[in-house]
Design a protein around this ligand. Structure first.
Ligand SMILES: Nc1ncnc2c1ncn2[C@@H]1O[C@H](COP(=O)(O)OP(=O)(O)OP(=O)(O)O)[C@@H](O)[C@H]1O
Ligand SMILES: [Mg+2]
Length: 606
């Protein structure tokens, strides 16, 4: 009888296993730099070529390896960091699986030069696809140099799926940033194609923050510190006005390991309370030192995930610590109300229940419609005759005629709370949310200019400079042409700094430093979308840019506007093809017709 099953050879096993540990160039950097840190290095240099596709070289001045250790190190499951399974419950080093080097050498051409302090000569190993090609003694300084060339040279499918050089180098830079923050006592430098991206000499955490994020961020830092039993929190948070649109500025470390953890980021946000709007995130550098037995890092092959045994305790520790530091710095903090407590929208209720009672009317004011509700204004009319809206059903042609005809018959009566314009029309009472209306007008203008490739630009009298993280800098530099297409003229201004020279003119004549930072965050967040999608209306990015300006600059809820301007605003809004919802799908105009008003006054005797 023949057998179909064979035992795989170790090279194949390693190649398969490498898939779990080594996803992309940044995983190689992560594994090698973690090894350098575990080897007590005080200086680590990372040299990258072509986003790591061509070369990843890590040079450290750590303990180095003896010849025999170096040969063992590239075997699977060989580690100097744990001895038995019991050690898994108290891990102090970054590595412990003994898998990283074995994985890397099985999928790349690797050269290792290493020398332990006590040895006279070092070792040079050249390994290709897991096979040792050269093994000889060599002169070397103390420490280890590992050069990884042509990653995935023998796994063409994976090589093909590597992302662009920018994406890969961004991952690497972000990772190096996190390690530089976690280990301020180590000098880190990162170079890409010979250009320096990070140079963070050893020092205190705050000096690392200053050298990576700039002095402004460093100056805005509020130090935090709390110790309870064996649990401690240290680091810095920043004042709410430094909040960002992106979560990427929340740096969280547990036992010096950079982590993503929803529990902790939620606790931080809860600590900030309502000091930061729900869609923004603070800049924080938070270090939790927890007993190793309460933290499980052995959950995920790349140690990305982490589990805590005392979740509620950790949550309240972080929340209270953040809150106290903010209060101590002179801020008043109000508790954040959970989003789920927000009332369901009127439109959703209507579409579910298919009837509208007059009792539901007051909820219109609280309406928070979502994008899916775009068509709901018309739906209401179709489903229930008691509320009618401005737009008669039917063809676009009908709409256009209607606008021309009705514009003249709108009489603005006044404003409620400087937020809603009230006007009288032949159809009934018109309520217009002035902020939403203005946002929609700007959105349509901008879209129109983009469609016609005639973007109108405002040159800033005083260009605004923005200091970027090294990873952002790379991306924004690559996106200069796209930025220009959307009306933003950006110039590289020294290391990790850019100047915004012009902005789309619908956004005014000037921008604040905060808005400039938000623009960068938006471009960064939508960089893939901007590069890939061509249909402008589909770009969530444009809505973000417009609402950014609408919130900061165009007419806000609460701004007092003269009647003439209110009339102009409504007329301009109604001249648009789809005037009834703002870019985010919220209503801009609501009309209460005579019949409806009669009904709420119970005059429906006819
Ligand atoms: N830069 C370095 N300096 C000194 N020793 C090193 C260095 N890199 C690796 N080593 C040695 O090689 C061994 C194997 O490294 P490898 O990264 O494969 O496994 P690990 O770090 O023990 O565990 P993990 O797979 O979780 O990273 C390490 O345990 C360490 O003893
Ligand atoms: Mg390791």
């Amino acid at each position: 009888m023949t057998t179909k099953i064979i035992k795989l050879d170790s090279l194949t096993i390693n190649k398969i296993a490498a898939g779990e540990v080594i996803e992309r160039p940044s995983s190689v950097v992560k594994e090698l730099v973690e090894n350098s840190i575990d080897a007590d290095s005080t200086e680590i240099t990372i040299n990258i070529q072509e986003g790591g596709k061509k070369l990843i070289e890590i040079i450290d001045n750590g303990n180095g390896m003896s010849h025999d250790d170096a040969v063992l190190a590239i075997q699977r499951y060989s580690t100097s960091k744990i001895r038995t399974a019991d050690d898994l419950f108290s891990i102090y080093s970054l590595g412990f699986r003994g898998e990283a080097l074995a994985s890397i050498v099985s999928v790349a051409q690797v050269e290792i030069t290493t020398k332990a302090n006590e040895d006279e000569l070092g070792t040079l190993l050249s390994v290709e696809g897991g096979e040792i090609k050269i093994d000889k003694k060599t002169t070397a300084s103390n420490g280890t140099r590992i050069a990884v060339r042509n990653l995935f040279f023998n796994v063409p499918v994976r090589r093909k799926f590597l992302k662009s050089i920018t994406t890969e180098i961004n991952h690497i830079t972000e990772f190096a940033t996190k390690l530089a923050l976690a280990y301020p006592s180590i000098s880190f430098s990162l170079n890409h194609n010979g250009r320096s991206l990070i140079s963070a000499p050893k020092g205190e955490l705050i000096s690392q923050i200053a050298s990576i994020f700039g002095n402004k961020v460093a100056k805005a830092c509020i130090s935090i510190e709390k110790k309870e039993n064996n649990h401690s929190i240290t680091g810095f948070i920043t004042k709410p006005e430094f909040s960002r649109k992106s979560k990427d500025y929340m740096y969280i470390f547990v036992n010096k390991r950079p982590i993503f953890n929803k529990l902790i980021s939620d606790a931080i946000l809860q600590g900030y309370g309502t000091a930061i709007p729900g869609d923004r995130y603070p800049i924080v550098f938070l270090f939790l030192d927890l007993p190793t037995e309460e933290v499980d890092v052995n959950v995920h092959p790349t140690k990305k995930e982490i589990r805590f045994s005392e979740e509620p305790f950790i949550f309240s520790l972080v929340e209270s610590c953040v809150q106290k530091s903010l209060i101590d710095s002179g801020l008043k903090i109000f508790e954040r109300i959970n989003d789920t407590k927000i009332q369901p929208t009127l439109f959703k209720e209507i579409s579910k229940e298919r009837t509208v009672s007059s009792k539901q009317f007051p909820k219109v004011i609280k309406t928070k419609a979502t994008v899916e509700d775009k068509t709901s204004i018309r739906m209401i009319k179709r489903r229930d005759k008691t509320i009618e809206y401005f737009l008669p059903e039917g063809e676009r042609k009908e709409e256009e005629e209607f606008h021309v005809e009705k514009k003249a018959s709108i009489r603005v009566i006044g404003l409620i709370k400087n937020t809603y314009i009230i006007a009288e029309t032949e159809e009934g009472l018109l309520l217009c949310d002035q902020h939403a209306a203005h946002e929609k007008i700007n959105y349509s203008k901008y879209l129109n200019q983009l469609e016609n490739k005639k973007i109108s630009i405002q040159k800033l009298l005083a260009p605004v400079s923005v200091r970027l993280k090294p990873s952002e800098f790379q991306m924004i530099e690559e996106m200069k042409i796209q930025l220009k297409y959307y009306g933003f003229d950006v110039e590289i201004f020294g290391k990790n700094e850019i100047l915004i020279r012009s902005i789309p003119s619908i956004m005014g004549v000037t921008i604040s430093h905060e808005v400039a930072k938000d623009i960068i965050d938006i471009f960064k967040e939508y960089n893939k979308e901007i590069k890939e999608k061509l249909v402008l209306e589909d770009l969530g990015f444009i809505k973000e840019i417009i609402s950014l300006f609408a919130c900061r600059r165009s007419i806000k809820a609460g701004d007092k506007i003269p009647v003439r301007e209110a009339e102009k605003l409504i007329a301009e809004l109604l001249s648009l093809k789809e005037p009834f919802t703002c870019p985010h799908g919220r209503p801009t105009i609501i009309i209460l017709n005579e019949k409806y008003i009669e009904e709420i006054f119970q005059r429906d005797y006819r």
